[in-house]
Design a protein around this ligand. Structure first.
Ligand code: GDP
Ligand code: MG
Length: 722
């Protein structure tokens, strides 16, 4: 059963290493350890004393009110040193007091120990005594750890933690319901970690089945593989049945614990005058009674057997966990260093503050440049964050916009487009506005766009374009012969393009939001300190951004006005070729109307379809259409040819100037605002306001520095170089 021999040199080295680690990073990394848990007065401190030889002063306090870590180590000089390991939540004020507390005793007398414990209570900031009245408003329990090191030439290496006992009843003026909760949480916290061996202490004179501590242990240790039960007070289990139950458990019948049950007999309240050695002699005598023969033979009775078993368990656990521990510590160290790097160097002077902001702006510029050039392999933030692939998002928006303009930009479909553009939406129905209304909540952008500008205007006049042209024609014709008033084309073009404004401005709004979202995210990325970020954002960046967005919007509105308010103008030869094409199509269809279709034999001898036209028929051709009718179709063809040419030009120019130039490329554009120039332009006062460190940051930096130092030392310990 377990290793009964004292640990050899190899084990000793490894145990020493774990102790050093505990010192350095014990509160941050779960280390293999032994904790003693149980109800109040179940005998925890007595078992602890048996295991370590360290006895708590009996008259000082009856119950433990904080976790106590007892470490025994072999040293030539005999001494006991007591200090406090502060909890992670300790305030800096408490920290100071706690660090100042340190006692070393050469000789251990009950009086000197009692004095040390009183001092420790004071340093921890808890009540001097649980029995004192509640007029003292100090708490009864503490989350700090009392650390006791017991050194001496005969000590064997051993570390164990004693936690306050669980209790269920509050005591008027001494403990409260909150205390019950606090202690239970503390116990659970200590049991939780998979590298902890739990010693659950239970008195033999109480039915073990009713013991809450095993239930708690089971919550922390599902399969009960690292929990060992230790039964105490066998001398108080006088009834035969009770003794039988206890013996059965120890013998391992119906045992639910992998590590089994052990049994020890400590000194009782009447043995106050006996030394630990006398107590252990009593224990040996007690278990040599015939009824304990079986249990004794199993090696599960007595403190010596228990001690050798737990020491073996602990050593095995440490050996098993060592490689994992090394990896864990190395990983944590990397993460801590990364956090420190992200914080940058300390910023107490103007130069360091400027350098800090400069580094951020350069990082921002690099990411922005990569995002505009679609160089997404440049930084890994593009992998996880799709919104940051800026140019891809913008090209998508361009395409949507061009498509929307093509399909729904006109007020009325042209007369002969119904076949070729069957998928055009019906005029008058609003264009697919939701495509561009990806408006996440961004109140700071509200003023960029007037929602009125997004309303799709209603069609005035007849839906059919020929009827509409006829109406305008009749309302404004003069005495023109074979020609028409050119102002009419302007009027009709304006009417035909009045949906361009809502579509274009909605697209602009969408693109601006895409750029804005990009900037917000990247600044969040390059500036992790939220205080600095807020100062920078609200004090300097946001206003400039709004200005540049307004500039882009202004450009789009200018282009809109230019296109629909001035006299139609194009030098594009497609206008003429479109017009001629439309005219000749019209001629062909007129000829088709008067001609007789029939099959003709061509000179290859095969059939072709063709038209037969007689001279008389041909002469009726022009007579079929009156002057005004002819003019109206001619106007239609001009309008259509001009519309198509100018729509394509308009879309191109909006994308190129309002978006590409004003939003992405311009030196005054939103992407260029957070730049080295901006940082250089900040005066001393502004710099200090943005980049000076506030005290939480200073504290965090100091803590990180300390943690890194400890983890570095811990890694050295693990690698055996100290
Ligand atoms: P803790 O509150 O769990 O730390 O329990 P203690 O170790 O302080 O013990 C509480 C009381 O039980 C003390 O008076 C001890 O002397 C007594 N006690 C502990 N173990 C035994 C035992 O095995 N037999 C007897 N008779 N009394 C014991
Ligand atoms: Mg105790």
């Amino acid at each position: 059963m377990g290793s009964t021999a004292p640990p050899d040199q190899g084990n000793l080295a490894i145990l020493t290493k774990v102790d050093k680690l505990r010192e350095l990073i014990g509160s941050k990394v779960a280390l293999p350890q032994l904790v003693v848990v149980g109800d109040q007065s179940s005998g925890k401190s007595s078992v602890l004393e048996g295991l370590t030889g360290f006895g708590f002063p009996r008259d000082a306090e009856l119950c433990t009110r904080y976790a106590t870590q007892i470490t025994c180590r072999r040293e030539t000089e005999k001494s006991i040193s007591v200090s406090i390991i502060p909890s992670d939540e300790a305030s800096s004020h408490d920290l100071e007091r706690i660090k100042n507390f340190h006692c070393t005793l050469k000789e251990m007398t009950p009086e000197s120990l009692a004095r040390v414990f009183k001092e420790a209570n004071k340093a921890m900031g808890i009540r001097a005594s649980t029995t004192s009245t509640s007029s003292e408003s100090l708490p009864a329990f503490s989350e700090h750890i009392l650390k006791i090191e017991k050194l001496g030439p005969k000590e064997e290496h051993f570390t164990v933690i004693d936690v306050p006992g669980i209790f269920r009843k509050e005591t008027e003026g001494v403990t409260t319901g909150d205390d019950i909760e606090l202690v239970r949480n503390m116990v659970q916290k200590y049991m939780k970690d998979s590298r902890t061996i739990i010693l659950a202490i239970m008195p033999s004179n109480v039915d073990p089945a009713t013991q809450e501590i095993l239930k708690l242990a089971k919550e922390a240790d599902r399969n009960m593989t690292r929990t060992m039960a230790v039964l105490t007070k066998p001398d108080l289990a006088i009834e035969r049945t009770q003794q039988r139950i206890v013996m059965n458990l120890v013998e391992g019948n119906r045992s639910d614990l992998t590590l089994g049950y052990y049994i020890v007999k400590n000194r009782g309240p009447d043995d106050v005058d006996k030394t630990l050695e006398q107590g252990q002699a009593d224990e040996t005598k007690f278990f040599s009674q015939p009824e304990w023969t079986n249990v004794r033979r199993l090696g599960k009775a007595g403190i010596a057997a228990l001690k050798s078993r737990v020491r073996g368990l602990l050593t095995d656990l440490i050996k098993k966990e060592f490689p994992k521990l090394k990896a864990e510590i190395a990983k944590e160290l990397l993460s801590l260093r990364a956090q420190r790097d992200k914080m940058g160097p300390s910023r107490s002077t103007q130069d360091t503050q400027r350098a800090y902001l400069n580094k951020m702006s350069e990082e921002f510029q690099t990411i922005a440049r990569d995002a505009v050039n679609a160089y997404y392999t440049g930084n890994e933030i593009f992998d996880t964050n799709y919104d940051l692939r800026l140019i891809t998002r913008i090209v998508e928006a361009h395409e949507k916009y061009a498509d929307s303009m093509w399909k729904t930009g006109h007020t009325r479909p042209f007369a002969d487009d119904s076949k070729s553009e069957a998928d055009e939406s019906i005029p008058g129905t609003p264009s697919n506005e939701s495509e561009f209304s990806d408006l996440d909540f961004c109140p700071e952008l509200d003023e960029i766009l007037d929602p009125v500008d997004l309303i799709i205007p209603e069609t005035s006049g007849p839906e059919d374009i020929m009827k509409y042209i006829g109406e305008v024609y009749r309302a404004s014709r003069g005495q023109e012969l074979g020609t028409f008033n050119p102002a009419m084309v302007s009027t009709m073009f304006k009417e035909q393009t009045k949906k361009w404004k809502p579509i274009t401005l909605s697209y602009m709004n969408n693109v601006i939001r895409t750029v804005h979202r990009f900037i917000v995210k990247v600044i969040g990325e390059v500036c992790p300190d939220s205080r600095v970020r807020d100062e920078l954002w609200n004090g300097f960046i946001l206003e400039e951004l709004q200005k540049s967005y307004r500039e882009a919007m202004k450009e789009a509105k200018f282009l809109l006005a230019l296109e629909s308010n001035s006299t139609p103008l194009t030098l594009n030869h497609y206008f003429n070729s479109n017009l001629q094409k439309a005219q000749s199509e019209r001629l062909v269809s007129a000829i088709e109307k008067v001609g007789n279709e029939r099959g003709l034999r061509n000179h290859y001898g095969t059939q072709e379809s063709g038209l037969i036209l007689t001279k008389e028929k041909l002469e009726t051709l022009s007579l079929n259409m009156g002057n005004s009718e002819y003019n109206q179709s001619y106007i239609h063809d001009i309008l259509k040819s001009y519309y198509k040419v100018s729509q394509k030009k308009f879309v191109d120019v909006v994308c190129q100037r309002a978006v590409q130039y004003h939003l992405l490329q311009s030196e005054q554009g939103p992407l260029k605002i957070f730049s080295t120039q901006m940082v250089l332009g900040l005066n001393e006062e502004q710099l200090d306001m943005i980049a000076a460190e506030d005290s939480p940051v200073k504290i965090r930096r100091e803590k990180l520095g300390r943690d890194i130092e400890y983890f570095e030392k811990a890694l050295k310990v693990l690698k055996g170089s100290t």
